[in-house]
Write a protein that binds this ligand. Structure first.
Ligand code: ASP
Ligand code: MG
Length: 412
């Protein structure tokens, strides 16, 4: 018999009606001669509300108590799902992360999974139960409740699929799969049939939020293929796997936009060892996430360093930079908010030449000025004015033939 892990996100279990629909789907899967493990997130909005509530009773709630509190969101959703399955005449039991054997380290609110002992789950499956596991949580070696970071149910599902050696792992969400671009921006965007783990990771880093990145990293490390699909419709979704040879035929898999970015440039930075380290240590001390970093070739022993951050961190970053800029005797800092990062991603870039030229020429024809450029082996990203973002995404999407009407089918 096949073993299937199905993960349902918050919107998929967002109401009693939705939970009954999930229960129905679990039962249908079981009737299809499968053993079924469901991994469930808290009902939509519940985790956010609990966090809000915590901050209303305490300005700085301890992470231990916060984990205890947040874990209840998934407890409720799993118990409700199991009840719904039972009410429809099939057998289900719900398990907390600890009961499911998910052992983590001790890092509350961002715990890493150390090991999964799936014995209890396997026993229940052997007795024909649908096993409904609370996502996003585990227990420390001391038995304390831990959580895996926001969106962590994705990670729970992938890790359980790996530990159980499941035949399939299906991630159910409120979209049909991974798209060539955000369909709200590019009407012509189409669902991708197959994507390589690395592409999905780059797309997530470029602003496309489909799956928790840690979950994709885990899937890649332990070779756990999975499918992202909709719990609202019946069609196939997007399969994420290790790359295959024919995946390289498609030059660009997708176009991503990351809005609300800010760009900071430090001018006249002395070109000597240790200077960049001092600048970025100061910023990292404020736990600010820096995205692109570009340093110019030096001229006359000074250089310029530019980088991007989220717009909301701009004021704090400038404050953190002020003393360092004085210390290193740089000449000044300029900054600009209201910029966006536009990225093209595809493993096909490795074997096709001229992708950068095509991308930049396309933007040039559209009169869109490029402010910064950075690349990885399978991604080219540019910083542009946020006002141009939507149009730039549309032009790029069209240039690489990604659309439903203009483009080739995406793989398969
Ligand atoms: N409920 C948790 C969150 O909102 C985990 C998840 O949904 O995956 O982050
Ligand atoms: Mg989620």
């Amino acid at each position: 018999m096949r073993l299937i892990v199905q993960k349902y996100g918050g919107t998929s279990v967002g109401s009693a009606e939705r939970i009954r629909a999930v229960a129905q789907r679990l039962i249908e899967t079981q009737r299809d001669q499968c053993r079924v493990v469901a991994v469930i997130s808290a009902m939509a909005g519940v985790t956010d509300n609990l966090i809000k509530l915590a901050h209303e009773v305490a300005p700085h709630p301890t992470e231990r108590e916060l984990d205890k509190l947040l874990a209840t969101g998934e407890h409720a959703a799993t118990a409700l799902t199991a009840m719904a399955v039972n009410a429809l005449g099939a057998k289900a039991v719900s398990l907390t992360g600890a009961e499911a054997g998910v052992l983590t380290d001790r890092a509350h609110s961002r715990a890493k999974i150390a090991n999964i002992s799936p014995r209890h789950i396997q026993e229940l499956l052997a007795e024909d139960f649908i096993v409904v596991v609370a996502g996003f949580q585990g227990h420390s070696p001391e038995g304390e409740t831990t959580t895996l970071g926001r969106g962590g149910s994705d990670l729970s599902a992938i890790a359980l699929a790996g530990a159980l050696n499941a035949d399939a792992c299906e991630i159910y969400t409120d979209v049909d799969g991974v798209f060539t671009c955000d369909p709200r921006l590019v009407k012509d965007a189409q669902k991708i049939d197959e994507v390589a783990y690395d592409e999905l990771l780059e797309m997530a880093g470029a602003g496309a939020k489909v799956m928790q990145s840690r979950a994709v990293e885990f899937a890649k490390k332990f070779s756990v293929p999975f499918e992202v699909r909709s719990s609202f419709t019946r069609g196939p979704g997007t399969i994420a796997t290790e790359e295959t040879a024919n995946m390289e035929d498609v030059v660009i898999r997708g176009v991503s936009i990351d809005r609300k970015q800010a760009k900071i440039t430090i001018n006249g930075v002395p070109d000597s060892a240790g200077v960049a380290g001092r600048i970025f240590s100061a910023i990292s001390a404020g736990e600010i996430i820096v995205d692109m970093i570009v340093q110019n070739v030096s001229a006359g022993n000074t250089t310029g360093i530019s980088f991007t951050i989220h717009e909301s961190e701009l004021a704090r970053t400038e404050e953190l930079l002020r003393p360092v800029v004085d210390q290193i005797r740089a000449t000044g800092v300029t900054s600009q908010s209201g910029v966006a990062k536009l990225s093209v991603v595809g493993i096909g870039m490795r074997s096709h030449s001229g992708v950068a030229a095509r991308f930049f020429e396309c933007l040039g024809r559209g009169g869109i000025n490029i402010q910064l450029i950075s690349t990885s082996e399978i991604k080219i990203a540019v910083v542009i004015d946020e006002a141009d973002a939507e149009r730039a995404a549309q032009l790029t999407h069209q240039e690489f033939g990604l659309g439903r009407t203009t483009g080739a089918r995406q793989s398969r």
